[in-house]
Design a protein around this ligand. Structure first.
Ligand SMILES: Cc1cc2nc3c(=O)[nH]c(=O)nc-3n(C[C@H](O)[C@H](O)[C@H](O)COP(=O)(O)OP(=O)(O)OC[C@H]3O[C@@H](n4cnc5c(N)ncnc54)[C@H](O)[C@@H]3O)c2cc1C
Length: 412
C-alpha cells in the first residue's frame, strides 16, 4: 500500500521509441541519481532520469542498511567521517519516517589491538562524533547476544535506514516537481556531439548529462570514450530471522570483513566482505565466502555460528581505483568532463550531498543561479507494497513483482 503521497502518482505508460529532450539527463535511479533528480527539479530544471531496470535495483536496494554516524571512518578517512556525521543527521531530519534511530556500538574483544581503540577514540573526537564508553555489565543486559569476550564498548549515533521508504519518497517528490522517469531503458550509447543518450527504446537529448550509474559509471564513461579507472568491490550480506541485536554492532578494529551486524525490522543483517571483481555483471558467490563471513561475524555474536541465515544478497561498491578495496576512499568525487558530469564513490548516507555537489556543478555550467534546497525539503515517506528479490527489503515487504507501484507510477 502506498500512503497519500503516493497517490500523487498515476497510471503506467510504457514509452516506446521515445524522443524527448530535457535540460539534464541523469543515468541511474539509485540513491545518487534519485536525489539528483529531486535536487535539480526543485531548482526548476527539466530532468529525465533513466535506468536500465527499475529504481534501487543496483547497490542502493542491496546495501547493508546503515545510516553511518561516521564512526566507521573515524580512524581511516576523516573527510568521509565528517560528511557522514552531517548527512546522517540531515537525512534523519528530512525523512525521519525512513530512519530507525537505534544507536550503535563499537566493541573490541579479547586479543584486539588496544592501540587501535585509542586511535578510534581520538578520530571520533577529531571528527566531532559523539562517543561514550559503555559499562560492560550494562552492555551484557542490553545486548545479551554479544560475545562474553567483549573487553571494551563505546556507543555511537549510528542509525538504520530503509531505502525503499526513503527513495520512494524522493521519487514521488521529484516526479511532483516535474522530473520524468524512463525506467527499464538501458543506455547503450552517448552521442556527445548531438548530446543524445541512446537507449534500447529510443533517444533523449539534453543540454547536460549526469552519470550516476554507481558501479557501472565506468561503462557509461566508456560509451563516449572516457576511460575511468574503477575498482568495483563486491560485498556479501546475510540476513537472519529475528533481531539478535537491537543496536548496530561494529567490531572495533580497522574496517574489515564481517564486522557489522545490524537490526532491520524483525531481522538482522551481517555484513560484509570486499572483493574486487572485473565485471559487476558477472559475479559468483561461493560457499566459502558465506562460511568466512559467518565465521568473522560469530566472533562478535557467537549465536550466528549455529543459526541458519534466511537469505543472502550482495552488491558492488562504486570505488575509484586504489591499492585495495578496504583502503579505497569512501569519499566521493564529481568528475567534470565539460557537458558530462560523473558522480562516483561515496555512500548511500552521503547521497543527498553527492546530489547537491553534482547539481551545483550542473547549474553553474548551464548558467542557472538556483540554490540547493534538499537540506530543508521534507521527504514524504512511503510504505511500499512489495520489494524485489535479492534486496534488503525482500523480507520486510515480501516479494512482489517489485517495488512496483512506486516504479510504475514514477514512469507514468
Ligand atoms: C556491500 C555494500 C554495503 C553497503 N552498505 C552501506 C551502508 O550500510 N550504508 C551506506 O551509507 N552505504 C553503504 N554502501 C554504499 C552504498 O550502498 C552505495 O554507495 C550507494 O548505494 C550507491 O548508489 P548509486 O546511486 O551511486 O549507485 P546504484 O544504486 O548502484 O545505482 C546505479 C544505477 O545505475 C543503473 N545503470 C547502470 N548501467 C546502466 C545503463 N547502461 N543504463 C541505464 N541505467 C544503468 C543501475 O541499474 C542502477 O540502478 C554499501 C555498498 C556495498 C557494496
Amino acid at each position: 500500500m502506498i500512503t497519500d503521497a503516493g497517490a500523487l502518482l498515476i497510471t503506467v505508460v510504457r514509452l516506446q521509441n521515445i524522443d524527448m529532450d530535457a535540460d539534464i539527463v541523469i543515468i541511474g535511479a539509485g540513491a545518487t541519481g534519485l536525489f539528483t533528480a529531486l535536487d535539480l527539479s526543485l531548482r526548476g530544471l527539466s530532468v529525465v532520469l533513466i535506468d536500465r531496470q527499475g529504481m534501487l535495483r543496483g547497490t542502493s536496494g542491496r546495501f547493508h542498511g546503515l545510516l553511518h554516524s561516521g564512526a566507521r571512518y573515524a580512524t581511516t578517512d576523516k573527510a568521509a567521517a565528517v560528511e557522514c556525521r552531517q548527512e546522517s543527521s540531515t537525512i534523519r531530519r528530512i525523512a525521519g519516517g525512513a530512519v530507525f534511530d537505534v544507536g550503535g556500538l563499537f566493541v573490541s574483544l579479547e586479543g584486539d589491538d588496544d592501540a587501535f581503540a585509542d586511535r578510534f577514540l581520538k578520530g571520533m573526537d577529531d571528527s566531532e562524533i559523539e562517543c561514550k564508553a559503555v559499562d560492560l555489565a550494562e552492555l551484557k543486559r542490553a545486548e545479551p547476544a554479544l560475545s562474553p569476550k567483549v573487553r571494551f564498548a563505546a556507543s555511537v549515533p549510528d542509525m538504520v535506514v530503509d531505502p525503499f521508504r526513503l527513495f520512494g519518497g524522493v521519487a514521488v517528490l521529484a516526479k511532483a516537481k516535474g522530473a520524468r522517469f524512463l525506467l527499464n531503458h538501458n543506455v547503450t550509447g552517448i552521442d556527445r556531439r548531438k548530446m543524445t543518450v541512446k537507449t534500447d527504446r529510443g533517444e533523449v537529448s539534453a543540454r547536460l548529462l549526469v552519470n550516476a550509474a554507481g558501479p557501472w559509471a565506468d561503462k557509461i564513461c566508456a560509451m563516449y570514450g572516457n576511460m575511468v579507472d574503477m575498482m568495483p568491490a563486491i560485498g556479501l550480506m546475510l540476513a537472519y530471522d529475528g533481531r539478535l541485536v537491537d543496536r548496530v554492532i561494529n567490531r572495533l578494529r580497522p574496517p574489515s570483513d564481517g564486522d557489522i551486524l545490524l537490526p532491520f525490522y524483525g531481522s538482522c543483517i551481517l555484513g560484509t566482505t570486499a572483493q574486487v571483481v572485473e565485471d559487476v555483471d558477472d559475479v559468483h558467490i561461493e560457499d566459502d565466502d558465506v562460511r568466512y563471513l559467518v565465521e568473522e561475524g560469530s566472533v562478535m555474536v557467537p549465536a550466528l555460528r549455529d543459526r541458519k541465515y534466511s537469505r543472502l544478497y550482495w552488491s558492488a561498491r562504486p570505488l575509484l581505483k586504489a591499492d585495495d578495496a578496504r583502503s579505497a576512499s569512501r569519499d566521493f568525487q564529481v568528475l567534470d568532463d565539460e557537458d558530462i558530469l560523473t558522480v562516483i564513490g561515496g555512500k548511500l548516507t552521503t547521497s543527498r550531498l553527492m546530489a547537491e555537489k553534482v547539481s551545483d556543478s550542473a547549474c553553474q555550467k548551464l548558467g542557472i543561479k538556483a540554490e540547493c534546497t534538499t537540506k530543508e525539503t521534507k521527504i514524504p515517506v512511503l510504505e511500499p507494497a512489495a520489494s524485489m528479490r535479492g534486496t534488503i527489503g525482500e523480507e520486510v515487504y515480501g516479494f512482489g513483482a517489485s517495488f512496483t507501484e512506486v516504479e510504475r507510477e514514477a514512469s507514468s
